[in-house]
Every structure is written in structure tokens, then in C-alpha cells.
Design a protein around this ligand. Structure first.
Ligand SMILES: [Zn+2]
Length: 486
């Protein structure tokens, strides 16, 4: 919509009609965007912020098209905490597919240890210095799967300075994509101190709702409790009920279609989850997030949440299922009955549909990424990207919600599960806020609400347009402060 919005102390003071575009007036600034539309700030409700920062800090070899180019980039690489880190090499793109030798790598990196992972991350090139640090010996530079474990163990934990730089890079990427707030998943408690300092010194350009890593009860061991703040709020814990579909570790009710020997992996039992949810509720956590991809894992999580809800002392705690990718028809209604929210990543459907068709047979494919069914049953759906696994671009997510057309497909995949433009935008704004309990302050343009805005030069509700953040985000404003402008 077009509007003139007056902001005071970071909140919306007045909204006036404007016929020509968007004007934002704060105590000190006036931002004028003719022909542009203003929306409540976009939220990504499932991200790995440090993971994105790490990704952006490493040397990218994804587009290197020869061995020489790889060596050149490694020669000029800036070490991170004393190591050269690179990602994404893919020798199948090179004319001559011979990998660099150990001598060639040592020649460009010298005494600085090197860890350069292949695009699939299952193998990596390392140099002699890295082997010395890891106390292993090899005549070749290529390490695969388990062989990499000593190298992993030798990688230094990021320093505070490195963490700060990675978080800054990731936040800068977010505002470029029009994102004003993220729900950061599986957060290590030691990262919070860095984020807290950034928030308090005004260097955190976005809002972060943190869900601390809790699979091994880290929050209890480390004494981490929920805490509030305008920019950084530690609001939830995160656990895993199962693995992922690609590696056949998502927990299914019956065996995989392409491997009858396995149903996947149960990472926590219903009893373990129930006990852990009880502890978290008693400790005052406002939100609980449990990763569940397979239909059996989703059912287990619902059983655990239902047991705790049934006792009546957790009515206002937000119970989230992260991914909720494959949901049995009986369980869709149970999610609604026990007010369990679905936190979905629509771009996973675009990336994984053809893989899902192999792993699951026809009927179970129908239960996959079932956004329309969830909404129609009254389940609350909030959206995210799971970056850096997928692109942070929220418009790619909205497009996936609306069009559901995987790469290489001519038509929507399970078209009956598409949702509308309005629903997609809500899932990335007000409905995403509701999955952390902030919908009372953000997610709609209303007087008294926080002045978080995403400003675009297209109408996001115009069904004829397919957009990406790089071509439509004009400005990103958080708490009345402009954090990005194209
Ligand atoms: Zn994730």
C-alpha cells in the first residue's frame, strides 16, 4: 500500500493516506519513496544467522571453473582465526577435472592451514599445515566423510571478533533482502553474549528472536533462561525429533519408498520430549521449537505437546513444529486442536520435490509441504527460509507458497496445496511474529506498533508479478531507523 507514516521513538504515531508512494517521517529524517509500497517488516522465522555469516565469510568456490582459479582464490584468501576456509568447489565444472595436489595447495597457502569443502560438504581439500594441526598424515589433499573428523576437531572455535563479523555480515544480508526480524534457531549460548553487546551498542540492524540449542539440555547445563530486549530476545529452545529426508534420516511411519530397510531415525522419544517440554514450561520459556520432518516425527511431537497441553499449565506457551514437512491427514487436525503452530520453509518444497518423490510413494507425497491443508484446518502457519541452506530471499519463499513450481517442472507440484498472495505475505509478517509471540507489537501497519517496514517498488499482492528481493526491495527500516536503501 501507499502511505505516509509518522514515527516516534521507534513506533508508528500516525498513518496518513498518500496517493503517490511512501513517505516515512521520523523525529530526525524524512524518507520519500515515490511509487513505492510499504509493508510491515518481513520476518524469517527459521534461520541460522551465524551459519549464514560463516558462509559469507568463507572463500566461495561455487563458480570457480578451473583448478587454477581455485588455487588463485585460495592464494589471496584472508584467514579466519588462522585458517583459510573455503566452500563450494565442484570439479565436474572444470575442463580438466584433476583435483589440486597437496604440493599445489601447499604452494599457495604455505603454513596457513586450509579447509576447503566440496559443494556437497562430504569431502574437502586440506593442506599439510591442516594435517599437522589435526595430527593426521596423508599423501593426498582429498579427505572424505569420516576421514574429515580429525580435521573438524582441529578447526578453531570462532573468536568473539570473528563471530561479531559473521553476525554483522549475516544481518547486512538480511536487510538487503528486506528482512527486519529473524527467529534464529539452535543458537549456542556463547553467541548470545556477542549479539547482546551488538544490540546494546546499536550495531544490530535487525531484531533477533533466539531459540537456544537444547537438544542436549544445554540451556539447563549453562543456566540460560529466557530474556527480553527490543532487538535481541531469547525466547525459546530448539530440539530435534528426527533428521532429514535427503539423508533418509527423517522418521517415517513406514519404510522409505527407495530403501525398504529404513524408516529413518528417531532422535528423541515422545517421553523424552514431553519431559523436556515440561521442564522448559516450568522455567518460563515462552516458545518451544521442535524440528520434525517425517510423518512419524511430526506425530511424536504432537503427542508430546498434547500431553503437556492436556495438563492445562501451558496454555499460552507457543508450541512450534519446525518444517512440518510430511503430515499425516489425521495429524493436521490434531495440530489445530492443540494449537500447535507450523513453521514451514516453502523454498524447501521447490528444492526437494523431486527427491521427495523418490523417498516417498504417491500417497505420502500428497501429505508433503501441505500448506493449504494446514491453513484450512485452522493451523497457524509462519514462514522462513532455513538460510543458509536456502537463499534468504523471502520473495523466493512467497513465490514458492503461491506457485509451488520446482525447478524443471512445468506445472505446480500438488497444486491443491498452493496458498494465496495474501496468505503468503501474512505467513512472512504477522503470522511469523505470532510464532514467537510478538504479533501484539509487530506485523501490521497500525498506530502504536513498531516502525519496522519493508519498502518495495512492486505491489506484492499483484498476482502477475514474480519478484526477487534484489529487484524489488527499496529500503528496510527497523524501529524507525533506515538500515538499508537501494
Ligand atoms: Zn534449520
Amino acid at each position: 500500500m501507499f502511505a505516509e507514516i509518522h514515527v516516534e521513538r521507534g513506533r508508528i504515531r500516525a498513518i496518513l493516506p498518500c496517493l503517490t508512494g511512501t513517505i516515512i517521517r521520523t523525529e530526525t529524517d524524512t524518507f520519500t519513496y515515490p511509487g513505492c509500497h510499504v509493508y510491515p517488516g518481513i520476518v524469517d522465522n527459521h534461520v541460522h544467522l551465524v551459519g549464514l555469516g560463516e558462509h559469507l565469510s568463507m572463500v566461495s568456490l561455487h563458480d570457480a571453473c578451473s583448478r587454477d582459479e581455485v588455487l588463485t582464490r585460495l592464494r589471496s584468501a584472508e584467514p579466519i582465526d588462522g585458517w583459510v576456509r573455503a566452500v563450494g568447489w565442484n570439479e565436474t565444472l572444470w575442463d580438466d577435472q584433476r583435483l589440486p595436489t597437496l604440493d599445489e595447495l601447499d604452494a599457495v597457502t604455505g603454513d596457513v592451514p586450509l579447509y576447503a569443502s566440496r559443494i556437497d560438504t562430504h569431502s574437502a581439500l586440506v593442506n599439510s599445515a591442516a594435517m599437522r594441526h589435526a595430527r593426521v598424515q596423508s599423501s593426498t589433499a582429498l579427505f572424505i566423510d569420516e576421514d574429515l573428523e580429525p580435521i573438524f576437531a582441529a578447526l578453531p572455535a570462532p573468536s568473539e571478533e570473528t563471530l561479531r563479523r559473521m553476525i554483522e555480515r549475516a544481518c547486512a544480508e538480511c536487510v538487503r533482502h528486506g528482512i527486519t526480524e529473524v527467529h534464529d534457531m539452535n543458537v549456542a549460548v556463547e553467541w548470545l553474549e556477542v549479539m547482546r553487546k551488538m544490540a546494546e551498542s546499536g550495531r544490530l540492524p535487525i531484531r533477533i528472536q533466539s531459540f537456544v540449542a537444547a537438544h542436549h539440555r544445554q540451556w539447563q547445563q549453562l543456566g540460560q533462561l529466557p530474556s527480553g530486549g527490543e532487538l535481541l530476545r531469547v525466547c525459546g529452545i530448539k530440539m530435534f525429533a528426527d533428521g532429514a529426508l535427503g539423508s533418509r534420516s527423517a522418521l517415517l511411519r513406514s519404510p522409505y519408498a527407495d530403501d525398504a530397510s529404513t524408516c529413518g531415525r528417531e532422535l528423541l522419544s515422545v517421553e523424552e520430549m514431553t519431559e523436556h517440554i515440561d521442564d522448559a514450561v516450568m522455567a518460563g520459556w515462552p516458545a518451544i521449537a521442535i524440528h520434525a520432518i517425517g510423518d512419524a516425527a511430526v506425530r511424536n511431537v504432537i503427542d508430546a505437546y498434547a500431553a503437556v497441553r492436556g495438563r492445562g499449565n501451558a496454555d499460552d506457551v507457543i508450541f512450534r513444529i519446525e518444517h512440518a514437512q510430511h503430515v499425516h491427514p489425521d495429524d493436521v487436525k490434531r495440530m489445530a486442536d492443540f494449537t500447535i503452530v507450523a513453521c514451514v520453509q516453502p523454498t524447501h518444497c521447490i528444492s526437494d520435490a523431486s527427491m521427495a518423490e523418490q523417498r516417498l510413494d504417491g500417497e505420502r507425497c500428497q501429505w508433503s509441504y501441505r500448506w493449504r491443508s494446514l491453513l484450512d484446518a485452522g493451523v497457524h502457519v509462519g514462514a522462513g527460509s532455513d538460510f543458509p541452506i536456502e537463499s534468504p530471499d523471502p520473495f523466493a519463499g512467497m513465490n514458492a507458497f503461491i506457485r509451488r513450481t520446482p525447478r524443471g517442472y512445468a506445472a505446480p507440484w500438488n497444486a491443491h496445496e498452493c496458498i494465496t498472495h495474501e496468505e503468503a505475505l501474512k505467513a512472512f509478517t504477522i503470522d511469523a511474529h505470532a510464532t514467537s509471540g510478538m504479533e501484539y507489537r509487530r506485523g501490521i501497519l497500525n498506530v502504536g506498533y513498531d516502525a519496522d517496514f519493508t519498502i518495495t517498488d512492486v505491489d506484492l499482492l499483484d498476482a502477475s508479478k514474480v519478484v526477487s528481493s534484489s529487484d524489488c526491495v527499496v529500503a528496510t527500516i527497523v524501529g524507525g531507523i533506515r538500515r538499508f536503501e537501494r
